[in-house]
Design a protein around this ligand. Structure first.
Ligand SMILES: Nc1ncnc2c1ncn2[C@@H]1O[C@H](COP(=O)(O)OP(=O)(O)O)[C@@H](O)[C@H]1O
Ligand SMILES: [Mg+2]
Length: 230
């Protein structure tokens, strides 16, 4: 679904991403691990077109997309859950979900399935986003990304600052979405146990480079826990 080849990216003079390549496959969770500041968010933003890449290619659903705008990429079926959630605090839950449908026709309904995945959102439909707990906001951010039915879902540290019970719920939803087989998932994480439980494939970044990769089931044996230990 997603093939990334030899990406290089710079912020000013600093070389942030160095020759990063990987793929994400339908029905699988590809986990991206790495300590703070190694370039995970920069990589995910590059995939979405939110930061420009200097060289390399990004193919999504069989098409080269590295020249497309973030809007075009979203429209093509790439969904993004940004680090820190970035929900609209002054808009209601319902309005936030509608933002996820902004590039669909005005009459596109919010898929009822989102409320099965995250029942709390139905209950809090008319509350302002800013009045939700961190975990509820994260669920809202995921639901907003899912609203237009993406073929690729990219999540940037969804467990950051969230209580354990909601982390479990989010993990269950991610597994279920992948197991349906019609979506590829790229999950960036620093929380090793959560990442390991969900990973079908993993990659580890350090200083902008991929330094290790393999199958999720081999993560422990391959010493990934030590590689990302803080
Ligand atoms: N907008 C920016 N301008 C300049 N440097 C940045 C910017 N955003 C991030 N960086 C730098 O790029 C590097 C990678 O950051 P980031 O991608 O956020 O890492 P991670 O998500 O792995 O913590 C860090 O050294 C960070 O300081
Ligand atoms: Mg980050």
């Amino acid at each position: 679904m997603l093939t990334v080849k030899n990406i290089h990216q710079y912020y000013g003079g600093s070389h942030i991403l160095r020759d990063v390549s990987f793929t994400a496959t339908l029905g699988k969770v590809t986990v991206l691990l790495g300590r703070n500041g190694v370039g995970k968010t920069t990589l995910l933003k590059s995939l979405m077109g939110l930061v420009p890449i200097k060289s390399g290619s990004i193919e999504f659903d069989g098409q080269p997309i590295q020249k497309q705008t973030p809007y075009e990429r979203a429209r093509a079926g790439m969904g993004f859950v940004p680090q820190g959630r970035e929900i609209f605090a002054r808009l209601t839950v319902e309005e936030n979900l509608r933002m996820g449908l902004a590039y669909k026709s005005g009459s596109t309904p919010i898929p009822a399935e989102l409320f099965e995945l995250f029942p709390i959102l139905k209950q809090f439909m008319n509350r302002r986003g800013g009045d939700l707990s961190g975990g509820q906001q994260q669920q809202l951010a995921i639901a907003r990304a899912l609203a237009p039915k993406p073929k690729l879902l990219i999540l940037d540290e969804p467990t950051e600052g969230i209580q354990p019970s909601i982390i479990k719920d989010i993990g269950r939803v991610i597994r279920m979405l992948a197991d349906r087989g019609d979506m590829a998932i790229v999950l960036c994480e620093q929380y090793y146990d959560f990442a390991q439980e969900l990973a079908d494939d993993y990659l580890v970044m350090e200083r902008g480079e991929v330094i290790a990769r393999g199958l999720g089931k081999d993560m422990e044996a391959n010493g990934v826990r030590q590689l990302v230990a803080i």
